[in-house]
Write a protein that binds this ligand. Structure first.
Ligand SMILES: *Cc1c(COP(=O)(O)O)cnc(C)c1O
Length: 406
């Protein structure tokens, strides 16, 4: 029994995770994802709670028109494709969704993946080889880090959103290939950094890219659908849409919240990814119901400013009220609002005390965020009402009193 030895090792490792306080427990939600959800309560019953930790920015996860679109597609187009795209897994719906994403972002082409994790897993290896350089923000999402690792290109990392450090890394690429410089260089960044709600400095990044002849890739998972005048994300917000070569993003957050991701951008790149990207070639097509419902989500987002405006109003209301109550927030406008506590234990106690009051938020501490920068990350949604937002503020106030200022 080879497993006997391994079993003991794994139990030890699991104990270590528990002792470090980083063991992740999953709370079962018993309703659709929404502003209000029911969860399994501590005593075995159910508890209704206000949810402030989903990526359901536009409140589309249980939108009736999206559910109807998914249901119609389920009956008319079946449950699954049982094939990858290039064998017999492409329905007209997949092509429609690719065109719709291109229209929405203003790009030449789009290729769908099962997730943004897969999109990021496929994009680098296909395009960047040993003669090339990939320069990545240190706080980029895990899927970008993993995807970049799969490529044989030189990998360079710059300090979070630090343009001087990025410049230094770009200068370094000139020494590659025995001083001939990299064949291709790409700068890779999240559009929004998820632990801080900070936006990447895209205008400065694009300027440096122009100066050094580098491409730019933005993973806009935490912005697509709601940042920018038409919801096209951080590049639109900063007015640099046509200076970004590649976009990656997810349908699993603002755009309905089910699953799926994409790479969008320059036509030849998208065409080549269809020939080379391994998660595209060797993984099943997105289910028709998800494709049809995501098309509906894009239609809703493109057709109305109302959801975006409500989300931004809720974020502004929460930021203003929390500041009035004397909480320390990381500054910004994004619907990710980190409430800072510093001490990990205190952040966790606050989150527990708030859940007891029916407000569901999550505490983050080291190693997810720097030591002594523990926080509760609140995520607003267009599905929240003004009252919901005020309820959350009051829960913070009450929890703070209960725990004591210590
Ligand atoms: C959420 C997220 C992903 C993963 O998206 P999935 O579609 O869930 O795989 C990738 N990148 C960033 C920046 C994200 O925030």
């Amino acid at each position: 029994m080879a497993y006997t030895a391994m079993k003991d090792q794994l139990r030890l490792e699991l104990d270590e995770i528990r002792e470090a306080g980083t063991y992740k427990h999953e709370r079962a939600i018993l309703t659709p994802q929404s502003a209000h959800v029911a969860t399994a309560g501590p005593g075995g019953g159910t508890a209704r709670v206000l949810n402030f930790c989903a990526n359901n920015y536009l409140g589309l996860a249980d939108h009736p028109a999206i559910i109807a679109a998914a249901k119609d597609a389920l009956y008319e187009r079946g449950f699954g494709m049982a094939s990858v795209r290039f064998i017999c897994g492409t329905q007209d719906l997949h092509l429609q969704l690719e065109r719709a994403v291109s229209r929405f972002l203003g790009t030449e082409g789009t290729i769908l993946f099962s997730s943004c994790f897969d999109a990021n897993g496929g994009v680098f290896e296909s395009l960047f080889g040993a003669q090339d350089a990939i320069i990545s923000d240190e706080l980029n999402h895990a899927s970008l880090i993993d995807g970049i690792r799969l490529s044989k290109a030189a990998r360079l990392r710059y300090r979070n959103a630090d343009l001087d450090d990025l410049r230094a890394r770009l200068e370094q690429t000139r020494e590659l290939n025995d001083g001939a410089g990299a064949r291709r260089t790409i700068i890779v960044t999240d559009g929004v950094f998820s632990m801080d709600g900070y936006l990447a400095p895209l205008p400065g990044i694009c300027d440096l890219a122009d100066e050094f002849g580098a491409l730019v890739l933005v993973d806009d998972s935490h912005a697509v659908g709601f940042l920018g005048e038409h919801g096209a994300g951080t590049p639109e917000h900063f007015g640099v849409s046509d200076r970004v070569d590649l976009y990656t993003g997810t349908f699993g957050k603002a755009l309905g919240g089910a699953s799926g991701g994409y790479v969008s951008g320059r036509g030849e790149i998208i065409e080549l990814l269809r020939q080379r990207a391994r998660p595209y070639l060797f993984s099943n097509s997105l289910a028709p119901s998800i494709v049809a419902a995501t098309l509906k989500a894009l239609e809703l987002v493109a057709g109305s400013r109302e959801l975006r405006a409500r989300l931004m109003r809720n974020a502004a209301q929460f930021r203003t009220r929390m500041a009035e109550e004397g909480f320390e927030l990381l500054p910004g406008e994004h619907a990710i609002v980190p409430v800072m506590f510093g001490d990990a234990r205190r952040a966790a106690q606050m989150a527990d005390a708030m859940l007891a009051q029916g407000v569901y938020v999550t505490a983050f501490s080291y190693p997810v965020v720097p030591k002594d920068r523990a926080r509760i990350r609140v995520q607003l949604s267009a599905a929240h009402s003004e009252d919901d937002v005020e309820t959350a503020v009051q829960a913070f106030v009450t929890a703070r009193t209960a725990i004591g200022k210590c």
